[in-house]
Design a protein around this ligand. Structure first.
Ligand code: NCD
Length: 303
């Protein structure tokens, strides 16, 4: 297995045993009392906006006793002067021990990992992958439902451009689960992914959320990814397509949990926040121990 020095670029690179090991270390991290990464430096390389991913990685490194450098606004960097990703990465390699990178381009994290000697963690590349979000999603499901095998997971919203649902679906093929995909026609899960996932687990595509709610254990809501549309009129046609409110939830299975990678726009009504179903803020809290586990493993502070 051995995590020291590894890159985390795609959830495909992790086996079920790898994933379960990370989740186990994450639960140990919730109780960590002493700094285990003093003197270590994390570089945050964010070419795209982020609140949770960036700040939870930062919190994770500080809790581990390490330090953080980096940028979240390319306007303040030499990228503005035309510096390539390859050169930026080579330079940061000389300053930091591990890097976390977010980019608007599919495949950018893989490219960065190729140029870097330090481990690189993908914090989202375009509409492709978001493996650390998936790890905290799995951690949340396991913590809340006490298992992953045997569950029915319904993913709703922008399944075309949403990288969180792409990564999560691929991870779930390593478990015995059933997935429902609910999306407007224009934003369906890419056909090649549905085919690939359908070869391993049971997958159904629907447009009617209320029909599958009574069988759903985990309802995974997502935002329509406005910034990835080339035509703003297309966005206007699908915005607000699915909304979960108290009325919709009347048909929910007892014990169902609602998750969302956040930020939400209008797909979950705020009065759902105080119901027994809501878990999206717990989910975002879980980003800290999961990211602590990854940093500690990649830097060899835990095995
Ligand atoms: C997600 C992302 O960036 O892909 N946010 C996150 O990391 N929690 C989801 C989104 O932006 O809709």
């Amino acid at each position: 297995m051995g995590f020291k020095g590894r890159d985390i670029i795609s959830i495909r690179d992790l086996s079920r045993a790898d994933i379960e090991h990370i989740l186990k270390v994450a639960s140990r991290m919730e109780k960590l009392k002493r700094p285990i990464l003093p003197q270590k430096i994390l570089a945050l390389i964010f070419y795209e906006p982020s609140t949770r991913t960036k700040l939870s990685f930062e919190t994770a490194m500080l809790r581990l006793g390490g330090k953080v450098i980096g940028f979240a606004d390319v306007k303040s960097t030499s990228v503005k002067k035309g510096e390539t990703l390859a050169d930026t990465i080579r330079v940061l390699d000389g300053y930091a021990d591990v890097a976390v990178m977010r980019s608007q381009e599919d495949g950018a994290a893989r490219l960065a990992a190729h140029f870097a000697k330090m481990p690189v963690i993908n914090a989202g590349d375009g509409s492709n992958q978001h493996p650390t979000q998936t790890l905290l999603d799995l951690y949340t499901i396991k913590k809340e439902k006490k298992k992953i095998d045997g569950l029915t997971i319904t993913m709703v919203g922008d399944l075309k451009y949403g990288r969180t649902v792409h990564s999560l679906s691929e991870a779930l093929t390593k478990y015995k689960v059933r997935i429902n995909y609910i999306a407007p026609e224009m934003l369906r899960m890419p056909k090649s992914l549905v085919r690939e996932i359908g070869e391993k687990i049971e997958v159904h595509e629907h447009t009617d959320l209320e029909k599958v709610l009574p069988e759903t254990d985990v309802l995974y809501m997502t935002r329509i990814q406005k910034e990835r549309f080339s035509d703003p009129q297309e966005y206007d046609r699908v915005k607000g397509a699915y909304k979960v409110d108290l009325d919709v939830l009347k048909g929910a299975k007892k014990g169902m949990i609602i998750m969302h990678p956040l930020p939400r726009v209008d797909e979950i009504s705020p009065d759902v926040d105080s119901t027994e179903f809501a878990r999206y803020f717990e989910q975002s809290d879980n980003g800290v121990p999961v990211r602590m586990a990854l940093l500690a493993l990649l830097l060899g502070a835990v095995k």
